[in-house]
Write a protein that binds this ligand. Structure first.
Ligand code: S3P
Length: 165
């Protein structure tokens, strides 16, 4: 099986869906955010604060290149689609699935969350701006789009498996 990349906005459920999907397909699970933390030896918030977003993106692209091309489900960070090289790499080396959720639901899911450096100030406006600028990038990168709005992780996993067959 070619690697499956899950892409989508922060709070779209990539981490929990990827874990369950990998378990259902009995393949390995990877999360690029976790790999970045390991590679940098610091938290994502610290990478952004101390080294800046550009450095984070550099590590993110480098980590993406180390991901397996077969028998794996890979959860990615919401900004992975910003770099053209990342979009090209994912599309050509695996199946890319966009987990879509309506902005209202995303905002609800991110309420009270302080782990995302890009949403520390003016959260509502920042999230809305990022969301609308990235939507076209998710859509142009993905082979499939799954609407996750109001769905459970199990329902989403089932839908992914059906749409891939
Ligand atoms: C980011 C999303 C985060 C993480 C970093 C930047 C983004 O991952 O990579 O905070 O630019 O959207 P999640 O999408 O898993 O929250």
């Amino acid at each position: 099986m070619n690697a499956i990349y899950l892409i989508g906005f922060m709070g779209a459920g990539k981490t929990s869906v990827s874990r369950k999907l990998a378990e259902s397909l009995t393949v390995s699970h990877y999360d690029t955010d976790l790999e970045i933390v390991e590679a940098a030896g610091k938290s994502i918030n610290d990478i952004f604060t101390i080294e800046g977003e550009a450095k984070f993106r550099e590590i993110e692209s480098a980590v993406l290149k180390t991901m397996p091309q077969y028998d794996a489900v890979i959860a990615t960070g919401g900004g992975v689609v910003l770099a053209e090289e990342n979009r090209r790499q994912m599309r050509s080396s695996g199946t890319v699935i966009f987990l879509y959720a309506e902005i209202g639901e995303i905002l609800q899911r991110l309420e009270g969350d302080h782990s995302r450096p890009l949403l520390q100030e003016n959260k509502l406006e920042a999230a809305q701006l990022l969301y609308s600028s990235r939507l076209p990038l998710y859509r142009q990168t993905a082979h499939f789009e799954i609407d996750t709005t109001s769905k459970s992780v199990s329902e989403i996993v089932k839908e992914i498996i059906v749409s891939m067959n």
